[in-house]
Ligand binder design. Structure first.
Ligand code: GAR
Length: 192
């Protein structure tokens, strides 16, 4: 794995599947002074991802892959990443699982933001499960992406309190707010 430091901004791709609030937040983060990354590519597995609008708004290259044939698709994505000299991938609400071959072949670092206090609640429906289990806290985690789902080394984590009034939707909202603080902080930590 190449070390991600130096004076030049690291070319980054953000992978999304949905609203893209984390993407927008990361784009804003790249506008601040001393930010270590530039976002040069947005990848989505669906043209329905609302977050794709930020590609137009901020004039960032976007590419949609339908993943009908995942193996083939991943090969195409790897070629594109190479062409664009991408060295860092931020998964931000990307709902496809990348294969271990993809992770191995990508010549850079991949991180993900997950809406739970990992190792608790890997996978989906995290807020539902936290409430059902009567947990006192929920939260979010930024971690390195490895071949095992939601299991790579943790970079940073933030907690939120679950109150008696919370339902999965209200909790998701509270956690998302923390995600927007966590993701830039995790990137700063990686590059320092
Ligand atoms: C975020 O809560 C993110 O943590 C979650 O999807 C949401 C995307 O929101 N990711 C996962 O569940 C990945 N397993 P956004 O599109 O507004 O950034």
């Amino acid at each position: 794995m190449e070390k991600l430091t130096g004076l030049k901004k690291t070319k980054t791709a953000v992978f999304i599947s949905g609203k893209g609030s984390n993407l927008k937040n990361l784009i804003n983060f790249t506008k601040i002074k001393n930010t270590p990354i530039s976002i040069d590519l947005i990848v989505s597995n669906t043209h329905l991802a609302k977050g794709l609008k930020f590609a137009n708004q901020f004039k960032i290259k976007k590419k949609i892959f339908n993943f009908k044939n995942p193996e083939n698709t991943e090969k195409k994505i790897l070629l594109l990443l190479k062409k664009e000299k991408i060295k860092f991938i931020c998964l931000a609400g990307f709902m496809k699982i990348l294969s271990k071959e993809f992770i191995r072949k990508f010549n850079g670092v991949i991180i993900n933001i997950h809406p739970s206090l990992l190792p608790k609640y890997k996978g989906i429906n995290t807020h539902n499960r936290a409430i059902k289990n009567k947990d006192k806290f929920a939260g979010c985690t930024v971690h390195y992406v490895t071949a095992k789902l939601d299991s790579g080394e943790k970079v940073l984590q933030r907690k939120v309190k679950i109150t008696a009034e919370d339902n999965p939707a209200s909790l998701a909202k509270k956690v998302l707010k923390q995600e927007h603080k966590l993701y830039p902080a995790a990137i700063m930590k990686i590059f320092n």
